[in-house]
Design a protein around this ligand. Structure first.
Ligand SMILES: Nc1nc2c([nH]c(=O)n2[C@H]2C[C@H](O)[C@@H](COP(=O)(O)OP(=O)(O)OP(=O)(O)O)O2)c(=O)[nH]1
Length: 136
């Protein structure tokens, strides 16, 4: 099989005091519309992944995250039709500001063992057991 373009996407499991995880619904009109994902986005060329993630969390959710509050948890590696996704998943339990849907996206705070009730992109499915192990 030919190699696909590797795309680096950085994502984060934000975890609240009740150990619930934040997921966001992908808007209509985008690839994978309607599926629930971890906040984050593509890493721009030349941008450090942690910096990308901090920028995305600010743009999408209006929160400020300090780099030491991001801990690596696991990663996704998945062959979509047109690219290969490599997605480090960080975990963050501390941030400043109120989580707000700044891009009009639906948000949900979900217990790890309920994540399977929310349809997620196929790349994300293997990440769920890691969150269950950590949080349940
Ligand atoms: N943020 C995020 N993206 C995910 C997850 N799982 C997953 O397959 N993805 C995919 C969906 C997109 O193809 C890509 C993230 O791209 P993005 O959200 O920054 O950009 P986008 O789809 O708006 O694409 P574009 O318009 O910038 O080309 O990674 C996830 O849990 N979180």
């Amino acid at each position: 099989m030919a190699d696909l373009k590797l795309t680096l996407v950085v994502a984060c499991a934000l975890v609240d005091a009740d150990k619930r995880v934040l997921i966001a619904q992908r808007p209509e009109g985008k690839a994978l519309a309607g599926l629930w994902e971890f906040p984050g986005g593509k890493c721009e060329p030349g941008e450090r992944p942690e910096h990308s993630l901090i920028r995305e969390l600010h743009e999408e959710l209006g929160i400020e995250v300090a780099e030491p509050c991001l801990a690596p948890l696991t990663f996704a590696s998945y062959a979509y039709e047109t690219f290969h996704l490599l997605m480090p998943l960080y975990i963050c339990r501390r941030w400043e500001g109120m989580v707000t849907a700044r891009e009009g996206q639906n948000l949900a705070w979900v217990r790890a063992n309920k994540l399977r009730d929310y349809p997620m992109p196929p790349a994300d499915i293997p990440l769920i057991p890691h969150l269950i192990d950590l949080l349940m």
